[in-house]
Design a protein around this ligand. Structure first.
Ligand SMILES: [Zn+2]
Ligand SMILES: [Zn+2]
Length: 385
């Protein structure tokens, strides 16, 4: 795709993979190495790339940015409502944004972006994804029935490749702290026994603190960072694990029939997220290195070595829609069928549950406590938001 002008680029994407038999658009067949024609069912084997999956050096890439991303120009369209941005696709015309359910106005513009070099192709198809989704919905006991019905009946799942960064790096962390070792001493204490003061001997735990310092090293591999913000970060993260050992070199064929979101988190910002992920692991290493029964860490300075990154696309089935002026999002892992999503609560159902809880607590309470019912209300309260 390098060095195409805009007209050529758009033309290339519009006629990417015509069916050899009927000329209709071929689409990637989930879980296979083939494209399939929805019109005449003809299958076409993808010539799989043997190009090894490249990793970029972090610092040299940062130096080239901004303005001169190491890769090609990309044409994108943007959702006006939630500002999710997708790779331009002819088939996207007058479509709904998968993240928020608003109509996307096609307004394609040029972007300099780092191109993904690998991806995980869709393993499960729309039908399998919606089965997982329905099962998950039916377990949402507190969701309003109308919403569940709406979500089940009206919404189709959209297949979207979602952008991620993965980082590799080594860390050297110099630390200064203290090691605490527990020892026991005999202590004499005065205690009140049946109104008389007595002296007793007891074993009491004490901690002996001694200074500790040193360096811990660790190599981090494939720290996976969500590279956009169309979904809550925690929701996207909960969709893990991903079988990253199955990454395929990027090929347009895998994208055929799906939308492809472009990244919004730049690589340096992404690395800040990666640091947050490494931090607790390094702290744990330091505690282990200090040893003893307890540890104090006063200072820890980390140097990050050999940082490299990959830009990968991961397959999501997404249902995003508006219901009673609120956006709801549900996502399905396109490899495993794992489901995550907003957990809406029905005020009516929660009230009923509280009433039921009160009634039960009342009955139980009457027997044991002569009617203390306040705890039941507290137990329910943490469920609502
Ligand atoms: Zn065909
Ligand atoms: Zn949107």
């Amino acid at each position: 795709m390098e060095n195409l002008n805009s007209t050529e680029y758009l033309a290339a994407r519009q006629h990417a993979f015509p069916c050899e038999q009927c000329g209709a658009q071929l689409q990637y067949l989930e879980g296979s190495d083939s494209l399939v024609c929805a019109h005449c069912n003809h299958q076409h084997q993808i010539q799989l790339s043997r190009v090894p999956i490249e990793e970029y050096d972090f610092h040299s890439t940062l130096k080239q940015m901004p303005g001169a991303a190491p890769d090609t120009v990309q044409y994108t369209v943007k959702c006006q409502a939630c500002s999710a941005e997708f790779e331009f696709d002819k088939n996207l015309h007058a479509d709904e944004c998968p993240f928020c359910g608003t109509k996307i106005i096609v307004d394609s513009h040029e972007h300099r972006l780092i191109q993904p070099k690998s991806l995980l192709p869709f393993q499960i198809n729309a039908k399998q994804a919606s089965e997982s989704y329905r099962k998950w919905l039916s377990r949402l006991w507190f969701a309003p029935n109308k919403l569940k019905k709406f979500a089940r009946k009206e919404r189709k799942l959209n297949g979207v490749y979602v952008p991620y960064w993965t980082y590799d790096c080594g860390t050297d962390t110099r630390y200064i702290g203290e090691r605490g070792d527990i020892y026991q001493v005999r202590q004499q204490v005065r205690v009140n026994v049946n109104g008389k003061m007595q002296t007793q001997t007891r074993l009491v735990n004490k901690i002996r603190w001694s200074p500790a310092s040193g360096t811990v090293r660790r190599n981090f591999d494939d720290l996976l960072i969500y590279a956009t913000d169309s979904l809550p970060r925690t929701m996207a993260r909960e969709l893990a694990p991903w079988d990253l050992n199955e990454l395929k070199p990027f090929q347009e064929e895998f994208l055929s029939g799906f939308q492809s979101e472009v990244y919004k988190i730049e690589i340096d910002q992404g690395f800040d997220y990666a640091k947050q992920r490494m931090h607790p692991v390094i702290r744990q290493d330091i505690r282990r290195a200090i040893g003893g029964d307890q540890q104090r860490i006063h200072q820890a300075d980390t140097r990050y070595r050999n940082i490299s990154f990959k830009h990968v696309l991961l397959p999501f089935w997404i249902a995003g829609f508006r219901f009673r002026n609120k956006t709801f999002q549900f996502i399905v892992n396109g490899r495993t069928g794992e489901v995550q999503g907003d957990r809406p609560w029905s005020a009516v159902k929660i009230s009923l549950a509280i009433l039921a809880g009160l009634a039960l607590a009342g009955a139980v309470g009457w027997v044991y406590l002569h009617g203390d019912i306040s705890t039941a209300g507290n137990q329910i309260r943490w469920n609502s938001y």
